[in-house]
Design a protein around this ligand. Structure first.
Ligand code: COA
Length: 150
């Protein structure tokens, strides 16, 4: 499985993906804090390279928080050119499995109302919308709250 825990040496590529998709604006220090936090799980999807090429090839990442039996998906992203090939699904599944998600556990997230791609992705994975927060984002966009239960 090409999903593994994120390290500080992945951050250059992770920040590039975030910049390309412009859906969030965490800085390097914020990612470093997440990597270190005991309550956070940060993962990357590293696509295999040709044998002779030892450099890493990160095409997606995700950040989760575990809060007892409740967890939160804070961020998930796949490079634009690699979307719709199952990378996001692998990242989400790895998160759910490493968080030992099951038996009454719940996962929450919020997403911009107009982020259709992400909303279809979450709905595909059994998340259901249960509320909204008007004016949640700095630009005034509404957040839709989703949860997944077992
Ligand atoms: C949301 C995101 C992570 C999905 O990643 P992905 O690697 O493309 O996802 P997958 O290929 O695993 O998609 C799984 C399923 O989700 C649904 N889905 C994903 N992208 C979709 C889209 N653009 N339109 C409709 N359904 C979509 C489909 O059901 C898809 O299955 P299918 O391709 O067999 O039809 C990706 O679109 C992304 O990085 N978006 C920008 C960043 C972002 O907005 N992140 C979420 C906010 S934190």
């Amino acid at each position: 499985m090409p999903v593994r825990e994120m390290t500080e040496s992945d951050l250059k590529q992770v920040l590039e993906i975030q910049r390309e998709l412009s859906f969030q604006d965490w800085n390097e220090a914020q990612f470093k804090a997440e990597i270190k936090a005991s309550y956070a799980l940060c993962v990357v999807y590293e696509a295999p390279r040709a044998e002779a090429d030892a450099s890493s090839n990160i095409i997606g990442y995700a950040v989760f928080h575990l809060l007892g039996s409740d967890s939160e998906l804070l961020s998930i992203a796949t490079k634009a050119a690699e979307q719709r090939k199952g990378t996001g699904t692998e990242l989400l599944k790895a998160g759910l499995s490493r968080l030992d998600f099951g038996n009454g556990d719940r996962m929450f997230l919020e997403v911009r109302e107009g982020n259709e791609k992400a909303r279809r992705f979450y709905e595909h994975h059994g998340f259901e919308a249960f509320g909204k927060r008007n004016n949640y984002y700095a630009d005034g966009e509404t957040a839709i709250l989703y949860r997944k239960t077992t």
